[in-house]
Design a protein around this ligand. Structure first.
Ligand SMILES: *[C@@H]1O[C@H](CO)[C@@H](O)[C@H](O)[C@H]1NC(C)=O
Ligand SMILES: *[C@@H]1O[C@H](CO)[C@@H](O)[C@H](O)[C@H]1NC(C)=O
Ligand SMILES: *[C@@H]1O[C@H](CO)[C@@H](O)[C@H](O)[C@H]1NC(C)=O
Ligand SMILES: *[C@@H]1O[C@H](CO)[C@@H](O)[C@H](O)[C@H]1NC(C)=O
Ligand SMILES: *[C@@H]1O[C@H](CO)[C@@H](O)[C@H](O)[C@H]1NC(C)=O
Ligand SMILES: *[C@@H]1O[C@H](CO)[C@@H](O)[C@H](O)[C@H]1NC(C)=O
Ligand SMILES: *[C@@H]1O[C@H](CO)[C@@H](O)[C@H](O)[C@H]1NC(C)=O
Ligand SMILES: *[C@@H]1O[C@H](CO)[C@@H](O)[C@H](O)[C@H]1NC(C)=O
Ligand SMILES: *[C@@H]1O[C@H](CO)[C@@H](O)[C@H](O)[C@H]1NC(C)=O
Ligand SMILES: *[C@@H]1O[C@H](CO)[C@@H](O)[C@H](O)[C@H]1NC(C)=O
Ligand SMILES: *[C@@H]1O[C@H](CO)[C@@H](O)[C@H](O)[C@H]1NC(C)=O
Ligand SMILES: *[C@@H]1O[C@H](CO)[C@@H](O)[C@H](O)[C@H]1NC(C)=O
Length: 537
């Protein structure tokens, strides 16, 4: 592996002049600051060029024409309640939208005299082509193999001429995924641009070597700073590959997270799909007898709706399902994340704990110099790659990894077990937590005096007392109320927590994760729902 990388690095020198307009591209920069040519980029075949002007059926019957923006998402679904939108029920495959419901508290303006002094953002990458080998490509291949061997009728007639074109692309960002990150950069500049100390020094932003991760960071930085962002930020790429430590892809240094002990979410998903897609399977299978559609295929058709929508702009699969069936799809993703990556997984905390330790190190102003979960200590032990003097930190990661990071912090608001037999009201809604382009913003707020927990009295916002610093978690533009998961923070209308209290709570988070045992210990899989704290029983 190392020898192979040397070959790639040597090749970099020969293309150096061609790449002068791009990022930090030179054989003289260390691997972690080299953004082009890419190393450990993952699958990168590009997808087909969309032709939405041709494929878009809008205007839909009995509605006046509404232009697409850029996706076509006004597909009529019969039982849609007011305000309902099936494109926001696609779990982790949802195109970015701010959490519409919040996490249980309202938002408040900053009290006069208080300042936001620090921001740590953790972003997911943007919308992408399907994962190699996942359900959507499998379904595409099944239909392609059966072409000419089935005659679909009714609602499924389109399958007779449908081609699974997304299979030509894999995992890299689709156009709207680039836009999501650019827009997030623009949003963050409006929100926090003032925190950038424009004194000629560059900040370090961190992502991984995977193509979609690198590009997501670049689009974000272009949105935040403009196209000349390389004058303002240096992008550090942590190797995302088996055998390497990477807190932004923690599963690579957590072996048990990749085995069946951490896969009960898959079992639960299959159990739930058999329930909520029974009607749809009975309805759709007879329309294409030669295809022998079963629940798995019908489930994959729902995923195909999500992927084709972001990849091609419109998908004929979306209106095959009722609103209730789309609610069932969202719930299937919610229980899947719960079982594989969060509090129902024995490695839920272990996968995310390295990143939690990095945030704590920044807050407590120290490098990480001894082995700490999946942190790369070489990088986190150097100020050039783990600076501590920034007021703005931008990191980029993956959906399941961010779910595990929330688990490792101890956001027990998302811990209740979700039954795989029926839907219950719940907070772990993946489209609200980890849609494409999701972003977790952690702010420090310095106030001249303690801020009253009751924020209803605008004139009495400050209590008697010394200057006080608060930590404020915001996920997809809505506050995560810290007291709901950390009672020691005290019930506060604004969901903040005094930072010293928060740091005290987090003193135990590394031990609570049982990183060594959870990730490398020898224990057996237990049925979905028996694990409730993100660690082995
Ligand atoms: C489609 O056919 C190819 C080639 O025979 C095969 O490898 C693939 O598994 C088939 N796909 C499905 C879903 O059966
Ligand atoms: C599909 O329908 C066409 C036209 O009716 C017919 O020629 C063909 O044999 C049918 N194919 C199958 C697999 O039933
Ligand atoms: C799908 O695309 C392939 C290659 O472009 C083409 O040969 C085939 O006829 C297409 N199938 C359908 C059903 O349109
Ligand atoms: C710019 O500001 C940063 C953050 O306050 C500081 O660490 C750095 O030393 C400053 N650089 C210069 C050249 O003044
Ligand atoms: C980025 O850095 C350049 C060069 O120092 C500076 O002119 C520009 O204003 C900075 N951009 C922002 C958004 O502060
Ligand atoms: C840590 O990062 C450095 C720089 O990318 C890399 O050379 C080294 O292999 C990494 N170590 C591990 C264990 O991931
Ligand atoms: C984890 O898995 C990797 C790759 O399969 C293997 O090389 C390594 O020895 C395993 N680590 C432990 C501690 O078992
Ligand atoms: C998990 O995998 C192990 C080893 O491959 C196997 O023995 C065990 O039966 C599996 N357990 C479940 C619940 O699938
Ligand atoms: C399935 O059909 C039954 C009977 O029509 C209905 O009560 C139920 O709500 C349907 N379930 C779903 C998930 O659409
Ligand atoms: C549906 O059929 C596929 C093979 O086409 C199979 O792999 C899958 O397990 C089946 N799903 C169910 C729920 O039976
Ligand atoms: C990688 O992580 C392992 C597990 O914590 C640790 O033993 C090792 O020292 C780390 N290596 C580096 C370079 O960070
Ligand atoms: C907030 O910022 C202003 C302007 O920089 C400063 O005068 C004030 O002291 C700061 N307040 C706190 C509580 O840090």
């Amino acid at each position: 592996m190392i020898a192979k990388r040397f070959v790639v690095l040597a090749a970099a020198a020969t293309v150096q002049s061609a790449a002068v307009d791009r990022r930090q591209a030179s054989s003289s920069v260390p691997q972690y600051f080299q953004t082009t040519p890419e190393v450990f980029a993952g699958p990168t075949p590009t997808g087909p060029a969309p032709f939405l002007a041709e494929t878009n059926p809008a205007p839909f019957a009995s509605t006046s024409y509404i232009p697409n923006t850029p996706l076509e998402t006004q597909v009529p679904i019969a039982d849609t309640p007011p305000g309902g939108n099936i494109f926001q029920l696609h779990g982790q495959l949802s195109h970015y939208f701010p959490n519409p419901d919040g996490f249980g508290v309202n938002e408040f303006a900053l009290p006069p005299g208080a300042n936001i002094t620090w921001l740590n953002m953790l972003s997911r990458h943007g919308s992408r082509y399907p994962t190699t080998g996942s359900g959507t490509p499998t379904f595409g291949s099944k239909v392609q193999n059966a072409t000419g061997k089935f005659n679909a009728t009714g609602e499924l007639s389109f399958l007779n001429t449908w081609n699974y074109t997304l299979g030509k692309g894999a995992e890299i960002l689709v156009p709207v995924g680039k836009q999501e990150l650019f827009d997030s950069g623009v949003l963050h500049y409006y929100q926090y641009g003032h925190l950038y100390n424009n004194n000629g020094s560059k900040i370090i932003a961190r992502s991984t070597t995977q193509d979609r991760m690198t590009k997501s960071a670049e689009y974000f930085l272009a949105g935040f700073f403009g196209l000349q962002w390389t004058q303002n930020a240096t992008l550090e790429l942590i190797i995302e590959q088996n055998g390497f430590n990477n807190s932004l892809a923690g599963y690579y240094q957590c072996n048990n997270s990749n085995t069946n002990v951490s896969a009960t979410g898959n079992t639960a998903l299959a159990q739930w799909a058999a329930v909520y897609l029974a009607n749809a399977t009975a309805r759709l299978a007879p329309l294409a007898p030669g295809l022998n559609l079963n629940v798995t295929d019908v489930y994959n058709m729902q995923s195909t709706c999500a992927y084709e929508t972001v990849g091609l702009g419109y998908s004929e699969f979306c209106d095959l399902f009722t609103y209730e069936e789309w609610e069932g799809y969202e719930y299937s993703v919610d229980i899947n994340f719960a079982g594989n990556n969060a509090f129902q997984s024995p490695t839920g905390r272990g996968v995310g704990i390295g990143y939690v330790q990095e945030v704590l190190a920044r807050l407590k102003n120290h490098l990480i110099t001894s082995p700490t979960a999946q942190v790369n200590v070489t990088l986190d032990g150097m100020p050039s790659t783990f600076p501590l003097n920034q007021s703005l930190y931008f990191d980029f990661s993956h959906d399941t990894n961010i779910m595990s990071i929330l688990t490792a912090f101890g956001f027990t608001q998302f811990a209740p077990v979700l039954p795989a037999t029926h839907m219950v009201p719940h907070d772990l809604i993946v489209s609200h937590l980890e849609p494409f382009g999701a972003r977790l913003d952690i702010e420090l707020i310095e106030a001249p005096a303690p801020v009253a927990a009751d924020r209803s009295n605008a004139s009495g916002v400050y209590l008697e007392g010394p200057p006080t610093t608060y930590i404020h978690f915001i996920l997809n533009q809505r506050t995560l109320p810290l007291y709901k998961s950390f009672p020691a923070c005290g019930t506060r209308d604004d969901g903040w927590c005094e930072v010293g209290t928060f740091l005290d709570i987090q003193e135990s988070s590394l031990d609570l994760s049982q990183y060594e045992y959870a990730c490398f210990g020898n224990y057996s899989a237990v049925p979905y729902g028996e694990i409730t704290d993100g660690v082995p029983l």
